[in-house]
Design a protein around this ligand. Structure first.
Ligand code: SD4
Length: 347
């Protein structure tokens, strides 16, 4: 039994040993930086754009904006105006951005604007608000010089929308390749997301990017056209700070992709960052957040996909998903980048 006296004896000893321990403590490994991590195989091409900013010493915030823009303008892809529409045929975009000082900006349900991520940054830098939606967001964009694009679906989106209209069934089985029974075009580094399938159809993808620059400043961005054939007005996790993206300059950054509703009710990326604050590595933090998600969804979790990626101030990387098939790209130290398959709760 520990008596008060023996406790005091041990604690005194521990205190007196601590300078000795710190004398022999291993020096902390230098942080890996700059570094950039993005969701999906298509994250590799996106990282390359961020790297052009990070390598010469640029700001992580500029890097994650530029990288998001590079995929938003990829009209044959599923982020940005080329993406699938809502069930009434409108493409509505969600995006947010955040830096290491808790500055953040977001737009949701934005139509006919090519770069929602840059509008989100404008909201962050020039307004007293964090989030603008729909018509107001579009008005703000136009007032700030963003061009109003034509109201038109991309050829791919038009094809899948017509196909979808035949049954009009909303069934987002995202990235669970086994269930879809289709082969993904997994062209690492290519412009296509892994859930564009050989037959040309695709489900939605979100580009989430987290980066740390050479000065150790963290930032993140998240951009998407949201779930294919969603209800008009539906907003997912991607533009919601703390759900689709969270950055804490003292801890780390995280972003997510997948079924937005599930991420929102978990407060997903904020949770990942809080796990890191309490000592978890990015990998452990992503895993713990996914475990929590499964715990609150014991019956449903097998049928939806959510994946988290995270980095911390040491430049350690983590990723974990509910179901198989969530990939992510890591670029650091001028290594050209690499795509990894995240571990998943259901194997
Ligand atoms: C959403 N999280 O709108 C987004 C969709 C997504 O891969 O991530 N797709 O809910």
């Amino acid at each position: 039994m520990t008596t008060r006296r023996s406790f005091l004896r041990w604690s005194t000893l521990a205190v007196s040993l601590s300078p000795v321990r710190s004398l022999f403590a291993l020096p902390k490994a230098a942080a890996v930086k700059p570094i950039v991590v993005s969701t999906w195989d298509s994250g590799l091409a996106v990282n390359a754009v961020a790297w052009k900013v990070l390598k010469p010493g640029g700001y992580a915030l500029d890097a994650v904006e530029e990288s998001a823009k590079s995929i938003e303008k990829e009209i044959s892809c599923c982020v940005g105006l080329g993406g699938n529409p809502d069930r009434e045929g409108h493409v509505t975009l969600d995006a947010c951005i955040m830096n290491e000082k808790y500055d953040c900006g977001s737009v949701a349900g934005l139509e006919r604007i090519l770069h929602p991520i840059s509008v989100a940054r404008k909201v962050m830098e020039t307004t007293p608000h964090v989030m603008l939606i729909g018509e107001g967001a579009q008005q703000f964009a136009v007032a700030n010089g963003f061009k109003l694009e034509e109201d038109k679906l991309s050829a791919d989106a038009e094809k899948s929308y017509k196909e979808w209209l035949k049954k009009s069934e909303y069934k987002p089985l995202m990235n669970i390749e086994q269930q879809q029974g289709k082969t993904p075009k997994r062209a690492a580094g290519g412009p296509f997301a892994p859930n564009q399938f050989e037959d040309g159809s695709f489900n939605h993808d979100t580009m989430g990017t987290v980066a740390m620059d050479a000065k150790g400043r963290l930032s993140g961005s998240c951009t998407t056209s949201g779930m294919a054939f969603k209800m008009r007005g539906r907003i997912g996790d991607s533009p919601i700070i703390g759900a689709g993206l969270y950055v804490d300059g003292e801890v780390g950054a995280a972003t997510s992709s997948g079924q937005g509703e599930e991420v929102i009710r978990l407060g997903g990326t904020h949770l990942v960052v809080e796990f890191m604050r309490n000592g978890a590595t990015p990998m452990e933090a992503c895993k713990k957040a996914v475990e929590r998600l499964v715990k609150i969804n014991p019956k449903k979790a097998k049928d939806f996909q959510v994946g988290f990626i995270a980095i911390n101030l040491q430049g350690e990387v983590g990723a974990y998903s509910v179901n198989k098939g969530f990939s992510y790209a890591v670029t650091k130290a001028d290594d050209g980048g690499k795509v990894f398959m995240a571990e998943s709760y259901y194997k």
